[in-house]
Design a protein around this ligand. Structure first.
Ligand code: AVI
Length: 328
């Protein structure tokens, strides 16, 4: 037993734990075997800013690859999607999205809604898109599916909707969860609505390890900021010098994994989650997996979720795919 839970039953604890952040931290750190933390909580204000910095790193080609594809194909995507409402699931700063929105706005008035769990990212998006005249911008601070459902209540009576899920975020969950996720998106849409999906593709492990463990240490700071967030929001007492960032590549699963490595035997108290966590020297907390797709796998995933591929574009330099899919 490596964890000491306070001496109360789970149901009593569940009632006491105020936030889903605290509850999910509790669940992940109480897990037998590999401890883990859900990656969605990386994105507090500092985490969102650090992620923006990651996208600019020379080693991390994902953001530039997708931007190249959106710049080169914005007109084609706008014509095929023919949408008057765009809903973006997780925008970051939305700076890439402007290329596509300009192409859509050249055809008709467009409303844009961002669904984000991070308030900081919604604010960044508003600032980024403020210069696009004629664009009606709104934001829903929620998880993707509940946010999408809420955003769709304002769908135009006779117009099509384009849902965008960019940046390779589809790689941050496993195949089954992604299939369920896309199926639920499909059920919320109407036939003919579109999905623009960006996916990072398989590439040599050295390239990936450099991308997730960059020389400047920005990804390390992004990972360690999770501990800073738990200290601030959950009253935890993680000592940062006692942890190190690690990126590794699982060649069987084609996943880059990020971990926080405990540099000594230690105990950490997380009052809001009602746990004291014991960590061995060298033990790790898994914070993120980033799956790298093959084209066949991507076709299976979207196909089994009720989407037909309309067009697909590839960035050869970084190996990234953007696909426009239609709700069948
Ligand atoms: C948001 N997501 C697609 C990024 C990725 O590449 O998996 C998150 C990230 N983690 C470290 N660097 C970037």
């Amino acid at each position: 037993m490596t964890i000491d839970a306070f001496d109360v039953t789970e149901s009593v604890i569940a009632k006491q734990i105020a936030s889903s952040f605290a509850m999910e931290v509790r669940t992940g750190l109480l897990r037998e075997g590999q401890k883990s933390l859900p990656p969605k909580y990386f994105y507090d204000s500092l985490g969102s800013t650090l992620f923006e910095a990651i996208t600019q790193l020379p080693e991390y080609g994902v953001w530039r690859a997708e931007r190249r594809l959106l710049i080169d194909n914005a007109d084609a995507i706008a014509s095929y999607a023919n949408a008057s409402m765009v809903i973006e699931l997780g925008s970051g700063s939305a700076s890439k999205t402007t290329y596509l929105l300009r192409a859509l706005l050249a055809k008709r008035a467009v409303s844009y809604c961002v669904v984000e769990i991070s308030r900081a990212a919604i604010e960044m998006t508003r600032r980024e898109l403020a210069s696009l005249s004629g664009l009606n911008v709104s934001g829903v601070e929620a998880e993707y599916l509940s946010g999408l459902e809420a955003a769709l209540r304002a769908r135009p009576a006779n117009g099509k909707v384009l849902v965008m899920f960019l940046g390779g975020s589809i790689g941050n969950a496993d195949y089954l969860s992604n299939a369920r996720f896309l199926q639920r998106i499909r059920r919320l849409l109407q036939p003919g609505d579109g999905l623009l999906l960006g996916a990072d593709l398989e590439k040599p492990s050295e390239t990936l390890l450099a991308a997730y463990d960059d020389a400047l240490g920005v990804t390390a700071a992004f990972n360690l900021n999770y501990l800073v967030r738990m200290n601030r929001e959950l009253g935890a007492d993680f000592r940062l010098p006692n942890f190190r960032h690690r990126a590794c590549f699982d060649t069987r699963k084609h996943d880059v994994e990020m971990h926080l490595v405990s540099l000594c035997e230690q105990q950490v108290c997380i009052p809001a989650a009602a746990i004291v966590v014991s960590l061995e020297e060298g033990e790790t907390i898994h914070t993120e997996s980033s799956h790298k797709y093959s084209l066949d796998e991507l076709a299976d995933l979207t196909g089994c979720s009720g989407f037909e591929c309309v067009m697909q574009w590839f960035d050869i330099e970084w190996r990234f795919a953007s696909g426009l899919y239609r709700a069948a």
